[in-house]
Structure formats: C-alpha cells, structure tokens
Write a protein that binds this ligand. Structure first.
Ligand code: 6R9
Length: 653
C-alpha cells in the first residue's frame, strides 16, 4: 500500500490525548515494566504469566514449539483442565461464596450464581453429558440464548475434554446444520428459546429443522426450558435439561487435558465460501484470555463487577464472558436481551443496579446509544464505572469521546481492543493505567505480542505509513488451524507474507508508531488510484453533528474505478434530509479528508445492515449502490433491514 495513496486521514488528524489519572495508575494491575519484561525474554514472560494465572496439573517443559509452523504448540508437556481453572480452584481457595454471574433475564427475572453454585451446575452437566456418551474429543454443538446454562454447558464440555462448537442463537437452521455436519457433533445442547425484544424467540424448532436435513453424527439433543413454549420432543433423541442434568450427581472428578487438547471450534465467516471452523486449544488460549482480561481491564476480582455485552455465540463471549473472567475469578453480569427492552435505558439501569465497574462493548452499540441521545444514560448513576472497553470494529473518535464523556463521566480510561476469532484473545490495546490514550487508535501490541504494519512486499512501513496489519511472532492463544482444512489455514493466513500472520486488516502507524486500524483490506476502496478506507470516510461523516451512523462502500465506476457511496443515519434531532444536507455532508468529508474522499452519493437511511456481532455488511450495501439485486442477507441480525433500506430509497426518489 503506497504511502502517498493512504495519506488521506482525518483519523490521523485526531490529536486529543487522554493520559491515565495518577490515582488510576497507582492502583493499576499493569505497569509500564511489563513491556520491558516481555521484550527482554518474550517466552519467559509468557511462561511466568501462565504459571501465575493458571493452575497446571502437570507443569510444562517447553514454552513454545514452533517446529511445525504455522501450527504452534504452547506450554508443551503441560496438563490442565480449563473448567477446573475457571471454577473449582476458586472454590478451593475459599471464594466459593463470591458471585460468578449476576444473571439478568430480559423480562426482569434474575439469578445469582456463586462460584460454588457454578461448580455444582457444571459438575451435574458434565455427569449428564458423560452419561449420554460424551467423552474427550467428542464434539458438542451448543445453540443457546444468553442464559447461565450456556456457560454451564460450555464448561461441562471443557471439563470432559469435549470441544464445544457454539453456534450463535440467531443463526438459521441451515447455518446450524452445516456447522453440525462439519464438526460431526455428537450432542446438541439447546433451549426452547430465549427472550428478545420483549417476546420469546424460539430455538428448538431450528434444531429440529437442522437435524431433519440430515445429521447422522447427532445422537441426542438436550433442551433447556426457558420460555416454556410448546415444543416437539423427538422420542429417544430429545431430552429435557431438567430431567437429565438436575438429577445428576454434583460431584465430578475432572481429568487434566494436554495443553494442546482442543477446547473449542468456533465458525467464522471468511470473505467468501463456507465458514471456517477456527480451532483453539487449552493451555495457550486460557493463558492469554486470563492475562488480557486482567491487564487490559485492570481487573481486581475481589471488588470489580465486570460486564461484557457480547453474545456467547461469538468469540468475544467465549474469551471475555466465559474463559477470561472465570479463570480470573471475576464477578460478572450476564444480560439476556436487547439494550432497548423494555426501554432505551436498560443497559444503564443494569450498570446502576449491579454497580458495574468494567464495561466491554462494541462501537455499534455505542453509536446506537449516541443516536438515542445522552439524556437517557444521564438518568442513571454510572459512577461505579472505571474502565470502558471497545471491540469488534474500528471506533471512530467521536464515538470514543462520547463513550468516555457520557458513559465514563470523563473519568474512565477507554481501551480499544483489536483482535479476532483467530487470535483468540486481545492483541493490540492500550493498558489503562499506562497508555496515554488516543481516541480511535488501538495503539500498541500488548506486552508479549509482536505486531507490525507492512507494505505489499511484507516490509515494515515507517512511522506515518500505511499498509497491512501482520503478527510477526506466534502468540499463546493463536488458532491452531481450521477444522479439517489445513490447506485453507495456510492459504488464508500464512501465504500472503511467508512466515508471518496476515490478519486481513488495513492499518497505519502514526508519527509515534501507534497503530490505527482502518478496517478490513477488502473494505479498502480504490478511487482514481487513491486508496481510501471506508472507515476513514465513515469516521469523517460521523464527526458531523447531524450524523449518527455511517457506512461507506466503493461502487464500481467506469471512470474512477470505484466511487464512494455513503449510507447515513441521522441523529434523532436532525430532521432535514434533502439536497442541502447531502451537500453539507459531502463538503464536510472534503474538509475532513480531502476532495478525493467526497462521496459521489449520500443516501439517508433509517437502519444499516449488521451481522449479529455488529459488523456492517457492506457487501449488501454495495449491491444497492451498484443497483444489483441484494445478495444473501441470511447472516444479518435483522433480515428485514435491507427491505427497509430499499423501500426508503424508492420513496426518497
Ligand atoms: C473480536 C472480534 C475480527 C475483525 C478484525 C477487525 C475487526 C475487531 C477491532 C477491529 C478495529 C478494533 N476488529 N476489533 N477493528 N479496531 N478494536 O471482533 O472478532 O468477529 O473475528 O472479527 O473485527 O477487522 O479483523 P471477529
């Protein structure tokens, strides 16, 4: 990526800095010395943290074996059980009465689960699954709402050494079927349904459909009763959780697994083709989840109340609801439903109710709250918050500032954490007591992590330059492969730049060498030979007072190669959407970035198409921008959004 082609960056004109307060820095878990320690002996650093944070049944003899690159072995020879580390040892250490999960159901029902409760529930589920024939190495598909049984089920699998494959509860029967088939799951754990947007949303019928299309590996389905709706139970195959789990013994002796024993498979969509089953193993994954959860969020487990708003069905839920927080003995909130049910203040009401001190969410959620207006959070006492985290996509500076100001009362550090399903845990992020934070930048690789930005030839770009984000050294929680597809693993991640990991994200280094993520490289447009990042233009649009959200795509253009087309959602108070506003926004982008970035078209819409993990599906918007029939919208969180957009545009014409 040539430097002169990427120099159009309003992100890099962002010059606001937020150093940690002295008070925060004094009590912070992580200090600047971590960077030096990691630099002087990287592998020794990881070995120390692993022994410090985890309880190993058999100590490891070698920290990293990279001789079979790109498949790594971390903590070679070590044995441990992930569920024991997340549950039992906290009870043995005398913390059995500490709350592990404050569950808040969408209808307002609550459950308080201590670490002792968690131990009993996980043991019972492990015994029940074992009775159904599940043993080490067998795969279990989990298709569940956001309820505590989902966590019990995952940990019960971990306890038995049976890799789980959690399939997000919003996915269709077809998506579930292909994931069950690919992993050859023996058991499926599901629920009748969960609550979303004030109504029961069923799950079990989709399991029935998925299995009706043929899934010979599945012998049983265990069903949690959550909504109480009528379900068809297939004799001999389907069993109620309360029948098989509640009656099982709450004593279960777990077995230590090899450090490299597979812990789970999680399917993630590639740019094309069928989803990839990303494989994570036990010792390295758990080490980096615990290490990052502690240091990036400044976790003090005895006093903090942590809340990650993600769904367990995507990687953030795996690493930062289940494995990281529980390995660290944290107390956390788990919320079942949507942020606007029954009212738009629900999240802030939960923060106030439980005294949440650490909140981890996604930019899309922050921008949605911005759209609803700051008077909503203002009604609640948010003074318990002390650290705010962001994940999932680049966070534009305006949303970052709003998050810190409106939610964090200008007190809280904001950590913008870059990572992927494939990396397993956070890789690039500020440390809250250490880093002088810059809104919009994930900034620096964590101590122990090696990342860089390289050009087309794979050479590191100088400070101020732009290119591709790569990871230059193996890390403990790295994926160990793509399930049953070693060729695709090598091809996707290790062939673009031999020997180093290609993340698929564009990035820049600023004059201080800090990293700014610019979106997927497949989201980079080329307009008249100039490379433009969708993220940069979106960020410029959102910095305009009338814009709440923006999505930008490059539409094919005979003259310029691609033309910039923007879809914007206006703020609640902005009423005009006519030509004058469009001109104002185009001029604003020109002012922020340069004339070349000026959108050819700006379309005002009421919603944007997003996946369940909150990522904008630009491919679909590109279809609209190029006047094509809209492609497969089945992975959208709300599949009616595309109809809404097209109807809105028709009436606007
Ligand atoms: C954890 C997660 C991974 C992709 C990644 C990148 C984007 C995630 C980001 C970010 C900029 C951040 N991404 N965090 N971009 N800043 N802080 O989201 O995993 O669903 O696999 O997505 O998300 O493009 O490559 P996953």
């Amino acid at each position: 990526m040539a430097e002169e082609n990427t120099g159009l960056s309003n992100l890099l004109h962002e010059e606001r800095h937020f150093p940690p307060s002295d008070e925060f820095a004094r009590h912070a878990v992580a200090g600047a010395e971590l960077y030096d320690q990691a630099k002087s002996d990287r592998l020794g650093f990881w070995a120390d943290w692993s022994r410090k944070l985890l309880t190993w049944d058999t100590d490891f003899t070698e920290t990293l074996d990279w001789s079979d690159a790109p498949t790594a072995s971390w903590f070679v020879g070590g044995k441990l059980n992930a569920a024991y580390n997340c549950v039992d040892r906290h009870v043995e250490a005398g913390n059995g009465d500490r709350v592990a999960i404050h569950f808040e159901g969408e209808p307002g029902d609550t459950r308080t689960i201590t670490y002792s409760d968690l131990q009993r529930e996980v043991n019972k589920a492990a015994n029940a699954f074992a009775d159904l024939g599940v043993g080490a190495g067998d795969r279990v598909a989990i298709y569940m709402p956001m309820i505590p049984e989902t966590v019990f089920a995952m940990l019960a699998c971990a306890r038995l050494g049976a890799p789980h494959s959690v399939v997000f509860g919003g996915y269709s029967a077809d998506a579930l079927n292909s994931r069950i088939l690919d992993a050859e799951a023996k058991l499926v754990i599901t629920a009748d349904g969960g609550y979303r947007r004030g109504a029961p949303s069923s799950l079990k019928p989709a399991v029935d459909d998925a299995l009706a299309s043929g899934a010979p590996s599945v012998t049983n389905v265990v069903v949690v009763r959550r909504t109480g709706e009528e379900m068809t139970m297939t004799e001999g195959r389907d069993l109620w959780w309360h029948d098989v789990v509640d009656s099982a013994s709450d004593q279960h002796a777990c077995e230590a697994m090899d450090s490299e024993h597979p812990l789970f498979i999680l399917y993630t969509s590639g740019t094309t083709g069928k989803p990839k089953g990303i494989v994570h193993t036990t010792g390295g994954y758990l080490t980096q989840c615990a290490y990052t959860h502690k240091n990036v969020f400044d976790l003090h487990p005895e006093s903090d109340v942590y809340w990650c708003s993600a769904d367990v069905g995507w990687v953030t839920g795996h690493s930062y609801i289940v494995y990281g927080p529980l390995a660290n003995g944290a107390t956390q909130v788990m919320y079942e439903g949507t942020p606007d049910t029954p009212h738009k203040g629900r999240w802030w009401e939960i923060v106030e109710k439980y005294g949440v001190s650490i909140l981890y969410t996604a930019p899309t959620a922050i921008r949605t709250c911005m759209k609803w207006g700051e008077d909503i959070p203002a009604k609640y006492d948010l003074s318990s918050l002390r650290v705010l985290g962001s994940v999932g996509e680049p966070i534009n500076p305006e949303a970052w500032i709003w998050y810190r100001h409106v939610i964090g009362g200008d007190r809280t550090p904001v950590v913008d954490t870059w990572w992927q399903t494939e990396t397993g845990a956070i890789m690039i992020s500020p440390l809250p007591g250490v880093t002088d934070a810059k809104p919009g930048s994930a900034q620096v690789p964590l101590p122990g992590i090696s990342a860089d930005v390289v050009d087309d030839e794979g050479d590191p770009v100088p400070d101020g330059g732009g290119g591709y984000l790569v990871l230059t050294e193996p890390w403990p929680s790295m994926l160990r492969g793509i399930w049953k597809n070693p060729e695709r693993f090598k091809e996707t991640y290790w062939s673009r730049f031999p020997g180093i990991y290609f993340a698929g994200d564009g990035a820049k280094k600023d004059e201080d060498g800090d990293i700014w993520l610019l979106g997927r490289v497949d989201d980079v447009m080329n307009v008249s030979g100039h490379r433009l990042s969708t993220t940069e233009i979106e960020s410029a649009l959102v910095s305009h007072e009338k814009v709440a959200e923006a999505a930008v795509v490059g539409a094919a253009d005979a003259t310029s190669g691609q033309a910039v087309v923007a879809f914007v959602i206006l703020r609640g108070t902005a009423s005009d959407s006519g030509d004058a506003l469009v001109k104002e926004l185009r001029d604003h982008v020109a002012h922020e970035i340069g004339g070349i970035a000026k959108p050819r078209r700006i379309l005002v819409v009421s919603e944007l198409p997003k996946t369940r993990s909150g990522k904008i599906m630009r491919r679909l918007l590109q279809d609209v921008a190029e006047n094509r029939e809209v492609g497969d919208a089945s992975t959208l969180a709300d599949s009616s959004v595309m109809d809404l957009i097209q109807e809105g545009l028709k009436t606007a014409k």
